[in-house]
Design a protein around this ligand. Sequence first.
Ligand SMILES: *Cc1c(COP(=O)(O)O)cnc(C)c1O
Length: 458
Amino acid sequence: MSKKIPHRLYLTEEQMPKQWYNLRADMKELPAPLLNPGTLQPAKLEELYPVFCEKLAEQEMDNTTRYIDIPEEIQDFYKMYRPSPLIRAYNLEKALGTPAKIYYKFEGNNTSGSHKLNSAIAQAYYAKEQGLTGLTTETGAGQWGTALSEACAYYNLPLTVFMVKVSYEQKPFRKSVMQTFDAEIIASPSNTTKIGQMILSKDPNTGGSLGCAISEAIEKAVSTPGYRYVLGSVLNQVLLHQSIIGLESKAAMEMLDEYPDIVIGCAGGGSNLGGLIAPFMQDKLTGKASPRILAVEPASCPSFTRGKYAYDFCDTGRVTPLAKMYTLGSSFMPSANHAGGLRYHGMSPILSKLYHDGYMEAVAVEQTKVFEAAVFFAKQETILPAPESAHAIRAAIDEALKCKETGEAKTILFGLTGTGYFDMTAYNAFLNGSMSDYIPTDEDLQKGFDELPEVPNQ
Ligand SMILES: *Cc1c(COP(=O)(O)O)cnc(C)c1O
């Protein structure tokens, strides 16, 4: 008889990873470099210093160091909520009647309710170490702002969060959580920045966007002495910190003599996906194994599946360096009825390159299908998933159902990035039947592509 696999497997503190893994060190071809938008030349390390903390800028540019030590203070902080459990979804498997073995890595066991704390604490640590006096950031749905508020409170660092106005109005309790951790919250666009004033003068009733909040946060950081800007996704440094998810998952699966045939993650800016897949992608890049890697995105914000692989700004205000990535254009905004998160216009340059080179796949799913999966999962596994995470659940269920048809007992691993307690408005819309799907037309998308910056020979 095969060994009984426990419902939940936790590594011991001793077994926890002590280094992050830098996927770039094993890539056959590197992602294209960030470009200075003025000169269109590759951005230099020093050019990042006014915006980013120095150590983080170095991590951003480091394409060669394979393993980077996790500072002991960060390891100690991680121990307050890590290792996160690797869970065997026995009940979900049974309910689906699938021969597939489904595992998920659950990152919602901390107050921020998501994986974002893994990078937030690292970024706050390096900022403190450099003697900075404060940080700025943006938040959309609020998970990143919450995670960073916790991390900054831990290090007594003042934090200003520009929160996308629609979320600010729709999620008052998110704001209260951040305020509990002493963060200053400003609804974006605001009149506290030049870019905010400009956007408001064009459209006083705008609900704001992530890209616009990023522009405001950067402006505040570069105009305030001792301040820097931090970002919770997309960047190489964030994927590096999030590799802890994949490293723990792989170690736990090894203890069970398991290895995934398919690794699935939701994709907004790419940080949880990049972190979860990191060591499995390493195996793929080095020829040790060839798991399928699957990104799942909303059909209403389909950067991978319908975006262009091109240089673009990371923000609406067009002030950031240019990144080569799958993008819908920095002015793209998902339709107003979109409720499932993952609304960023671009995608991590690392993941974009891997996708472009055929190392991973992507699917886009409609939100009613996503919430259907969320509710089904909640009833089987007793965790109320974040809508973002439910994209991965949807795809995992679909893969498990394919196994049911073919009779294959595949091993599926997916990332359950967080809990959905602040998303009950969206859940309500699904439950009372008022949620609808909107898939942008090619014409809708063309508007975003028309505004891509011109970069010759890319
Ligand atoms: C932010 C967030 C995501 C999406 O961000 P990525 O950078 O793509 O990982 C997914 N799930 C949850 C719970 C989040 O908070």
